[in-house]
Every structure is written in structure tokens, then in C-alpha cells.
Write a protein that binds this ligand. Sequence first.
Ligand SMILES: C[S@@+](CC[C@H](N)C(=O)[O-])C[C@H]1O[C@@H](n2cnc3c(N)ncnc32)[C@H](O)[C@@H]1O
Length: 240
Amino acid sequence: MGRHERLADLADVDADGLVVADLGCGTGRTVRTLLAGRHAPVTVHAVDQAVELDDDLLADQRVVSRVADLDDPLPFADASLDRIVSMNVAENLADPARFLRECLRVLRPGGLAVIGHTDFDTALFTSDDDELTRVLVDRFVAVVPDWQLRADGFMGRKLLWLAADSPLELVDVHAWADAHQRFDEGSLAWKIAMGMVASAADDPVLSELATTWMASVRRLADEGRFLFAVTDVVVVLRRP
Ligand SMILES: C[S@@+](CC[C@H](N)C(=O)[O-])C[C@H]1O[C@@H](n2cnc3c(N)ncnc32)[C@H](O)[C@@H]1O
């Protein structure tokens, strides 16, 4: 089971007529798994700061695409949602604790929030230079890329603190390795490796080593000897 299937599983949307929100839905990968194989009525509010949903999701009657800034109060009435899912969003937020208080406000009593985050510091790459891989992962989690306002490569392990400090009840915590063997352009491993190379840009020596490292990882992938994995942490929270 992949990351988004696991999230949908934890959200437990089997009852009829549930109202669900995916906060920071991106292209809608979790939305898609929430809807997969379901014939019972469900409404999924797909919320993001810009609409990135694929066309088939935009055309789906069960999906309501909403543009909102998650640093603002959530665009839902009090106690109007049965489920919230939010994956890899918390590191971007100005105040994740306030975000969880907002989740409490908009959930119905007994409603669940499934909040997940990759802990990027756990990135595992097979390479022919483990020491250099470690240096590049350290760089990657220490640098906020130009295109992001905020980043926190340790957010996965911090979710439990956020949960403990929130007014929501902790139901469960899960962690799994999201593993991939692909290293072609556009794959998750490739995107993270590109981020690692970019994070070395201000050090000419390291930057050159990083470029060679990237080529060696690609060679391992071509030979079928490549593995990438990263740990996802997910807390399941309930409004009492
Ligand atoms: C790494 S992506 C994750 C997308 C999706 N949840 C997934 O797992 O595939 C983070 C998403 O959060 C959204 N996001 C970040 N900060 C936001 C904010 N302040 N308000 C609304 N959306 C935000 C981004 O636009 C992006 O789509």
C-alpha cells in the first residue's frame, strides 16, 4: 500500500455521507485515494492556496475545490467536517499549533484529523559514498529552498509534540518507510536528490561532488541496485 492509500485507510471514510477536507491537497493524490472504489455519498473539500487538482478530480461531483490560505482561519463553519487529512503541509505553515486548533473548531465531536509529514532527515539513498550522502542529506534539511517560504526536515518526528500540545485527542501514531526504486526524472527520489544537489550550490567543492554523486546514483538505478526510502509519520487525532 502506498502513502496516499494508507492515509485514506486511516481516515476511515466508509460511513455514508461523510464530509471530508484535504487541507493542502496539491494535485489531489490523497483525494483520489479517498474516493477510490467508493459508491457511497461523500464530499471531499480539496483545499490549497492554488488549484492544482487534475481535471478528472475537478470534474468529479464529489469534489469541491477551494482556494484558501491555511495560515488563515479554515474556510469551514464550526463542527462541519467529519474528517480532515493533511499530508506534508505543516512545515509550510506559520503556526502549525494554531492550524490544529482550527482543525478542532471545524471538526464535529468524534471527527478525525489525519495529519502526516515526511521526516526528510530520514532520507535513505543507496550510493557508492555513504559519507557524502550523509553530508548532502544534512545540507538538504538545513536549507530552505528558494521556492518555499518555510521548511522543516524534522517535521515528521515533531508531529507528536504538536499533537500533545493540541486540544485534539491522540488516537494513534503511525510511521512507515515510503520506498521507491525509480530514479528517473520526476520521481520522488530524483526530486529529493536534486534538492540535495541544490543545497550544496554555495560550496563549489561540495557542489561538484554532489553532481558526481547524482551521476553515480543514476548508474546504480540503471543497474537495478538503487533504493530510496524516507520515513512518513502520521498522527490520527480526534475531536473529543
Ligand atoms: C508538499 S505539498 C503536499 C501536497 C499533498 N498533500 C500531497 O501529499 O501530495 C504541500 C502543499 O501544501 C500547500 N500549502 C502550503 N502552504 C499553504 C498555505 N499556507 N495555504 C494553503 N496551502 C498551502 C502547497 O500549495 C502544496 O500543495
